[in-house]
Structure formats: C-alpha cells, structure tokens
Design a protein around this ligand. Structure first.
Ligand SMILES: [Fe+2]
Length: 408
C-alpha cells in the first residue's frame, strides 16, 4: 500500500470542490428513484419530463445531505443512445459530475490536454428564475462513462434549470403526505416518520473497474487531461484471496476533494470479481459509490430497518479484529475505536486502522439487476485510506456471493 504526498505544483487552473451528482441511465427512472428513497432514505429533489417540456427524457433527482443522484430513462421509442447504454450496461452510472469554480476553464483545459475527442458537450450556461449554472461534459478516458463539470455558485434552485423543484410534497416523484404527517423537508416521503433518515452526508469516493492492463492508462488520463494526481495505491500482492486479485490506484483532484479509485483485475485461480463486473457491465464503468456519514451505527441500523441488504462477514472477522485492536491498545499512541465493537459486529460494520486513525465501512449487495454496482457506507476517524485491511475478508465474502451466482 502506498500513500502519495500532495504535489506542490498545481497542474490545472480549476478548483474542484465535490462530486456534484451522479447521473444514472436506468430502465425506469421513477422506480429507480423510489428505490433510493424507500431503501436508502433519499428525498425527492427535482424532476423533468413531459410536464416540464422535456419530451424525450424523464429524470427524477433525489438528495440526502450533499449526495445528489439523478435517474434518467427514455420517454420515446427512438432514443438510440439511451437504449444502447441500457442494453449494454443495464442500469448504471452514466455520468460522474464534478462541482468546479469554472466549468468553461475545466472543459477547455481537458480538451487542450486530451484532444478534441475528449469534448462531448461544450460549455453552456442554463438559466431560470433561480440564477445560472454552467455545465460542460467530456468523455472520461474510458468507454461510455462521462464527466460533467458543474459551475453552480450563482444558482439557488433545487438542481438545474429545466428541472421542477420536487422538494415540496406533491412535486414530481414526491409522495403525498399520508395523513398529513410527512414533513415537506423530506419531500413528503411518509417513510421518514416510520423508519427515519440514515444521515448519509457526502459522496466519499467513486470507484471504477477497468480491463486487465488498462489501469495505468486510465490513471495517466486523469493526470494528463484533468491535472489530477495519485493519492493512494495497492497492488495485487496485498489485495488477493485464494481465488482472485486486483490492483487499484486512487486519483484525486489538486485539493483532494474528489477521490476516484481505478481498479483492474489481476490473474488468479478463478474469475476475479473485477472481471465478473466487466463481463456483466459490458466493459469499464462505476463499480461502487461510497457514501460517508458521521454516525455509521445509526446509518446502517436505519438502512437495515429500510430493508437494505449488506455483504456479511463471519464472526471470525471480529475475533481477529479484537485481537489486532488489543495489540494496538498496547502500543503508545495506538489507535482505539470509539464505537462499541459489539454494536459494530451486530450491524456487520467492518473496521480498518493504521497509525493515522481508523475507518468504519460496510458494503451492500448489488443494487441493480446485474452483479455490477453496489454501495459502500463509510465513516472516517482520521484514516483517509480505503479499507485495505478489510479487503481479504471482504473479498472472500464477495466471492461467496459470486459463487452463489455460479460465476466464480
Ligand atoms: Fe470503497
């Protein structure tokens, strides 16, 4: 495992502040949004469709904390691009959007560094009564996924111009308050009063999988085209089980506000879980999205109450963890975990730690129809890593799932 120092010299004029949103192409946007609302506690945020003058694409947008997810489906039979995306990939993340201070500069810098074929949608400024947003989209250095730069400092609307605000009860996608009990702040979702909100705050990282041999090329693309740098990496000697292995390099923007791990499979005795993803997604794409919370016990407890299913690890994981933390406690300045280990074990939350601190994480089972995208819930206490200490036990758990699909 390697951590890299932040470079002294900025190689891009652009300031990135966060993941702005993730845009999914799905078979049924209304039902996909409803899944994230009911299972994950998101609230309706915005809507576009026939009622708003969007004649060919329907989009439902949901939000929790500063996590914004948009789900789009074709409204008409002749939308070849969305039909092809859906047939190839199934439901998946089509666009990973970054919030920037200057979308025009970001687009021009990317095209200047990466060539004209990087540019997909040149900068345009969208306006409505809430202000202006400038957006521009590039092809990511890999297959069908795109990146949109979003400059929204001057905008006070719900999502983007062209969308209707769905935050008030009765807005597009917002359930009417049952018996008048659902608060408007939650988009009128009546489940809020029944099971509560998980309290997920921000997108911590977005991971993509790539074909064997492509990882270095993709990392170089982020360095050259966006002016990002290597943040962290791990090789297949550290990330392997008896059956499969992978390599990963995490790239980050100059201020390290956005982190994107780039994975590739390494050869093993059986089909790598990364290869299983590639086979079912039809190539490279977003494998998992990590959502950060400041209270993972509450978050996971609430998500379980809402019916989210997680990968499970055996009790031996916690026996080993208690032993390792006991050794740690004997060291001067050793890391100690504030949360109750019994509570973490009851919820299936994993712990990783090193001298910088610890992190708590848990992974859902695939959220769609194919064994492709899944979500991670993460809480950080000093540790800025990605849970390398959990990879082996986690991968073995994932392999049990993979074997149950007859794909190992
Ligand atoms: Fe992760």
């Amino acid at each position: 495992m390697t951590s890299y120092a932040k470079p002294d010299v900025r190689t891009t004029p652009v300031t990135y502040t966060a993941f702005d949103h993730l845009h999914f192409y799905v078979g049924n946007a209304a039902q996909a949004a409803a899944y994230y609302i009911t299972r994950f506690g998101f609230a309706p945020l915005a809507y576009r469709g026939l009622e708003t003058g969007s004649r060919s694409i329907l989009t439902h947008v949901v939000r929790q904390g500063d996590i914004t997810l948009a789900f789009s489906s074709a409204l008409t039979p002749d939308n070849a691009a969305m039909a092809r995306h859906l047939a190839t990939h199934g439901d998946g993340v089509h666009d990973v959007a970054f919030r920037v201070d200057d979308a025009t500069a970001a687009y021009e810098a990317a095209v200047a560094a990466g060539g004209l074929d990087v540019g997909l949608s040149p900068p345009k400024t969208l306006t409505d009564e809430h202000g202006a947003v400038t957006v521009a989209t590039i092809r990511a250095g890999w297959t069908d996924t795109t990146h949109t730069f979003v400059q929204r400092a001057a905008y006070t609307g719900a999502f983007l111009p062209g969308y209707r605000d769905a935050r008030a009860a009765g807005g597009g996608g917002g359930a009417k308050a049952a018996g008048g009990v659902a608060p408007a702040a939650a988009g009128g979702d009546p489940l809020v009063t029944l099971v509560g909100v998980p309290g997920l705050g921000v997108i911590d990282h977005v991971v993509s999988n790539h074909a064997d041999g492509d990882m270095e090329r993709v990392v170089a693309w982020y360095e050259r085209v966006l002016g990002w740098h290597r943040f962290w990496s791990v090789d297949d000697k550290q990330m392997h089980t008896e059956y499969s292995a992978l390599r990963s390099v995490v790239v980050a923007d100059p201020d390290e506000a956005i982190k994107m791990p780039i994975n590739e499979p390494a050869s093993g005795r059986r089909v790598s879980q990364i290869q299983e993803y590639l086979d079912y997604y039809g190539g490279a794409g977003v494998q998992h999205v990590a959502l950060r919370t400041t209270d993972i016990l509450r978050a996971v407890s609430t998500l379980r109450d809402r019916g989210v299913t997680f990968i499970t690890v055996p009790d031996t994981y916690y026996e080993d963890l208690r032993r390792r933390l006991g050794v740690e406690a004997g060291k001067p300045g050793g890391v100690s975990v504030a949360e109750d280990l019994t509570a973490l074990q009851a919820l299936g939350v994993l712990v990783d730690f090193d001298e910088t601190g610890y992190l708590l994480q848990i992974f859902t089972k695939p959220v769609g129809e194919r064994p492709t995208l899944f979500l991670e819930i993460i809480q950080r206490a000093g540790n800025q890593g990605f849970g390398v200490g959990n990879f082996k036990s986690l991968f073995e758990a994932i392999e049990r799932e993979q074997a149950s699909r007859n794909n190992l």
